[in-house]
Design a protein around this ligand. Structure first.
Ligand code: AMP
Ligand code: MN
Ligand code: MN
Ligand code: MN
Length: 298
């Protein structure tokens, strides 16, 4: 760990994206950036996709960095879309591979519907434009639309596109059925990994985070179904939310994870690495990994 302005910073980053999903860097570029910023233990967690892991692992070896295979699975739970990060997964586990293939398969038709909805509010030609921003067309998503709408001058940045067009309730938002929570957890656990509820502070009802009643119901169900950890420190949480979700983790006996959720330079809440240490009382998700050869020397 490193001390920056008196704060203990972790050199672990267990959540980030490459161009195989909606990041802008190749896995090798992402790993090089992480290495340059002092990250010692990295997990690549592309949305619904495992294709970048081999390249990232190879690059991590060249940089002398420990690498964890990860994924971030899109899940529908009640009326919410949740993101479940899987860490230490086996990318060759057939049910995981087949499950993710199924999750990805709906993205093309969804993108078409999004383009149709945006055309209704006078923004045409978006589908082709959005696809130009993909590296992996199977993973077309809202971020690619957002980048195109910035390029074409509709909005000043990606964040504003979401606020105006792509967030729930906005004209380009199309409801979608993702994986079931039970399935996502089963694929992750079945492959030897641990399921982490990502950025719990970002599941909104209107302009507010989901209330504590719904959060407790979600966490109870998550634990019941085999979920193992809560992402306490993430780029989009405030320090107050680090404390809030550390308390939930204790209440529900969950381990705690941390990651930047980096998508690309100038586009992310937080750059890679140097994340604030987990609050006191958190049991880190990597505690269990000490025996594993991959982190023996950390
Ligand atoms: P999708 O899986 O196609 O629905 O896209 C989800 C992705 O959109 C997330 O992983 C984020 O990268 C991005 N995203 C969602 N909401 C926002 C927001 N308010 N501002 C910027 N990016 C966002
Ligand atoms: Mn994303
Ligand atoms: Mn996410
Ligand atoms: Mn993410």
């Amino acid at each position: 760990a490193t001390i920056v302005r008196g704060v203990l910073m972790l050199d672990y980053d267990l959540h980030c994206h490459s161009a195989y999903s909606d990041g802008t860097l190749t896995p090798a570029e992402l790993v090089a950036r992480a290495a340059g910023r002092g990250v010692q233990l990295l997990a690549l967690t592309d949305h619904d996709e495992l294709e970048g892991l081999a390249e990232a692992r190879h690059a991590a070896e060249l940089h002398g960095m420990y690498f964890i295979d990860g994924v971030e699975i899109s899940v529908s739970w009640r009326k919410h879309t949740l993101h479940i990060v899987g860490l230490k997964i086996d990318p060759s586990y057939p049910p995981l591979v087949a499950g993710l293939q199924q999750v990805r398969s709906g993205r093309g038709a969804r993108a078409q519907k999004m383009a149709d909805e945006l055309a209704k509010v006078g923004i045409g030609g978006v589908l082709e434009g959005a696809y130009r921003f993909t590296t992996n067309p199977n993973m077309i998503g809202r971020t690619h639309f957002a980048r195109y709408l910035v390029e074409s001058g509709q909005c000043k940045d990606v964040k504003s596109v979401f606020n105006r067009y792509l967030a729930q309730g906005k004209p380009g938002y199309v409801p979608h059925q993702w994986a079931a929570l039970q399935d996502a957890i089963d694929w992750i656990k079945g492959s030897g990994g641990i399921a982490v509820l990502a950025h719990p502070g970002r599941y909104m009802v209107g302009r507010q985070s989901m209330g504590s009643k719904t959060m407790r119901e979600l966490l109870a169900e998550f634990v019941e179904l085999g979920g193992g950890a809560l992402e306490v420190v993430t780029g989009s949480h405030t320090p107050a939310q680090y404390a809030e979700f550390a308390r939930y983790a204790q209440e529900f006996n969950l381990r705690c994870s941390c990651g930047s959720d980096f998508h690309g330079p100038n586009e992310s809440y937080r750059d890679m690495g140097r994340l604030p240490d987990l609050p006191l009382g958190c049991r880190p998700v990597w505690d269990d990994w000490k025996a594993a050869p991959v982190v023996k020397a950390v």
